[in-house]
Design a protein around this ligand. Structure first.
Ligand code: G4P
Length: 531
């Protein structure tokens, strides 16, 4: 324990994950409204930003000099200090989206009630699942016709492999949406469309036990259906178990409508009670408890400023323990240097705020002259521990990169390597050759455009990208036991190595992965690389 325990304990740091258009931005806006961080919903993240064409997006990044694709929002609510990590989910989906999840202590999964579990929710969920952090589900858009509630829960359980426990239950949907039944209070909250931008409106609350009042409030058909569903639900659903929630084995489920601001406050209230204070994090000397240690942090994202003249970058770090003070000296463990962090700032949606102090749970951005890498640790000068690295996630799109002017070999190599070091792309080489042929792998296709644009603008190198058909990459988990030269896979399999020399296999489809495993007994393949 140290004197910052109180500040640390009131922090809640979470990410919101969803498939595009499920309502993540709208829900975030409403959260901020409750926190009083902004007055008007809609000004959080220019929604238009997400829809800009590639070139405009670049311009915006340049103009603002910060990432508009992933930002951190901090607000106060009911004595809590809340950090929301925005995970880009649109066409700019990239490794950063995954890495951001490494900095969160819990995740809120937003699902569109008429769509159910969608592709990107599945991918993001997998990463949260890997970390075993608590996951809360907000089923959104109940003001529109929704899928059957039991079917939605069933889909979450089957598709994502997590048990569900509804905290509230919707009464109808679309034109017939009457409100939600809150199970703990055994009361109905009636739906009121409070329009964009206002706080949650007047809600009538009626205990379900008072059946006459209930029938008067929501009518006979809705009451009959609700009473029947409650009975079914109480018999069928998993018991609420906070331990299981904390371990990411059970997801509390909420229903509402972010747009009309219904069910958001109920969510926030329960969520803040159930989610965790900043979690301990694993380092090479064991678990580091947030309140037991002085300042420590790790870098989870590096954002190039795209300022041609300076090539400066912002390194985002998550504070894992203690208190950060703008004047203190810290040790950059991987760089082996003690230093003052330059221009520490809190990055809000559209502004930077120079920051004096911050606590475990908070995210800060610091000016990076090119010394930090993803996963690096910062701690007090007297300490030397390093946090467990951030896994490298499997890219899903691959292209061969060639420079147009072969005379610019040096700039080309330097540019590609620097951009890879920031973590925007992953680079691979043919298994038995050097840097003359580079294969680039990315999580989101937009990164290809980013690479081309940046090489041209910052390094003056024109490149040509040739798309490759591979969709799956696997690291060889037991590389010391396997003779990669002798591996026999399918004819469309390709052997490559990453910049650290680790052997990898590229596959066109998942069938080839299975075949290769069949043909090489003892071979172990992995979707993540932990080095
Ligand atoms: P995202 O960040 O997850 O991509 O989703 P976003 O919040 O941008 O919402 C996507 C669309 O869904 C928006 O409509 C938004 O207004 C709408 N939406 C969000 N929550 C609800 C809800 O609870 N009910 C209903 N009916 N709609 C909701 P849009 O027309 O694409 O954008 P806009 O013109 O409203 O900005």
């Amino acid at each position: 324990m140290n004197q910052y325990t109180e500040e640390i304990n009131r922090r809640r740091t979470f990410a919101i994950i969803s498939h595009p258009d499920a309502g993540k931005t709208t829900l975030t806006e409403k959260f901020l409204l409750y926190g009083g961080a902004i007055n008007l919903a809609g000004s959080v993240k220019g929604k238009a930003t997400a829809r800009h064409a590639v070139s405009d997006w670049m311009e915006i990044e340049k103009e603002r000099g910060i990432s508009v694709t992933s930002s951190v929002l901090q607000f106060e609510y009911d004595g809590f200090c809340i950090n929301i990590l925005d995970t880009p989910g649109h066409q700019d989906f990239s490794e950063d989206t995954y890495r951001t999840l490494m900095a969160a202590d819990s995740a809120v999964m937003v699902i569109d009630a008429s769509k159910g579990v969608e592709a990107q929710t599945r991918k993001l969920f997998k990463v949260c699942g890997m970390r075993g952090i608590p996951i809360f589900t907000f089923i959104n858009k109940l003001d529109r016709d929704a899928n059957d509630t039991f079917d939605l829960l069933d889909e979450i359980e089957k598709e994502l492999g997590i048990a569900t426990c509804p905290v509230n239950w919707p009464i109808g949907s679309g034109k017939g949406f009457k409100g939600v039944y809150e199970r703990e209070a055994k009361a109905v909250y009636t739906y009121s469309d409070t329009e964009k931008g206002t706080r949650e409106g007047e809600t009538k609350v009626v205990p379900v036990g008072e059946e006459t009042a209930l029938r008067e409030l929501i009518g006979d058909p809705a009451s009959d259906k609700l009473l029947e569903e409650i009975e079914l639900l109480d018999g069928a659903s998993a018991e609420f178990d906070l331990e299981a929630v904390r371990k990411g084995q059970l997801t509390p489920v909420f229903f509402g409508s972010a747009l009309t601001n219904f069910g958001v406050e109920i969510f926030l209230r329960h969520f803040l009670q159930m989610t965790t204070t900043p979690l301990p994090r694993r380092a090479d000397i064991g678990l580091i408890n947030p309140a037991d240690h002085e300042f420590s942090a790790f870098v989870f994202k590096i954002q190039a400023n795209m300022n041609k003249a300076h090539r400066d970058r912002v390194a985002f770090m998550r504070i894992c323990s203690g208190r950060f003070d703008a004047n203190m000296e810290v040790r950059h463990v991987q760089g082996g240097k003690v230093m003052r962090l330059s221009q520490p700032q809190q990055i809000m949606a559209d502004e930077r705020k120079i920051l004096e102090e911050a606590y475990a749970g908070d995210i800060i951005g610091v000016f990076d002259p090119g010394i930090f890498s993803i996963g690096d640790t910062l701690c007090m000068p007297k300490e030397k521990f390093a946090y467990e690295g951030i896994p490298t996630f499997a890219p899903e799109h691959f292209a061969r990169v060639r420079q147009v002017d072969t005379m610019k070999r040096k700039q080309f190599t330097k540019g590609v390597q620097q951009i890879a070091q920031e973590g925007a792309i992953q680079i691979f080489q043919e298994f038995n050759s050097g840097m003359e042929e580079i294969i680039v792998g990315v999580v989101g296709v937009l990164q290809f455009d980013v690479l081309k644009y940046r090489l041209e603008n910052e390094y003056n190198v024109e490149i040509r990208l040739e798309n490759l058909p591979y969709e799956h990459i696997r690291w060889i988990a037991n590389k010391d036991e396997v003779d990669v030269e002798k591996l026999t896979g399918t004819s469309d399999m390709k052997k490559v190595k990453d910049m650290k020399g680790n052997p990898l296999l590229l596959f066109v489809n998942s069938w080839s992965i299975g075949m290769t495993l069949d043909r090489n007994r003892g071979l172990e393949l992995s979707e993540f690389c932990r080095e």
